[in-house]
Write a protein of this length. Structure first.
Length: 144
């Protein structure tokens, strides 16, 4: 493919050299070409090293927090147990805020622990309301 184009002709001026070395990996593929643009009479070259090896689909490692009534009540109880007196005794506003933030964060993390999302729940379609989800399941059960 030409890399320099003028009104009178086209020539191959630019080259890309690539040496795989002794450890040639067979799962690599190469794609190359030129970027076309009207700003100059030279075309930019590119090449991509593509991995032919199929990557195994990773498990969904999402974590969620359960905001049940029980956990919310636990959070309220933990907040009420905090002694806020030290926060009022700080002369430095940053130290007072740090105390406040660490106290609230500790209560939050203990009341709403991050748990791994199950495979079953990972398939939930969050944009479908629960009633619509039942209709969706009934419809697709009759189609299969």
């Amino acid at each position: 493919m030409p890399t320099r184009i003028t009104p009178k002709g086209a020539t191959i001026v630019d080259h890309i050299y690539y040496y795989e070395g002794k450890n040639c990996r067979k799962e690599l593929g190469i794609k190359s070409g030129n970027f076309w643009n009207d700003m100059t009479d030279h075309l930019s070259n590119y090449f991509l090293l593509l991995n032919k090896h199929k990557i195994a689909k990773q498990q969904n490692n999402d974590f969620v927090r359960i905001f049940s009534e029980k956990n919310i009540q636990s959070f309220r109880t933990e907040i009420n147990k905090i002694n806020w007196e030290p926060m009022y005794n700080y002369n430095d506003i940053d130290a007072a805020y740090k105390f406040f933030d660490e106290s609230i964060t500790a209560c939050y993390n203990s009341s709403f622990p991050a748990i791994r999302l199950s495979r079953k729940r990972a398939k939930d379609k969050k944009w479908i309301k629960p009633l619509s989800q039942l209709q969706y399941k009934k419809q697709h059960a009759t189609c299969n």
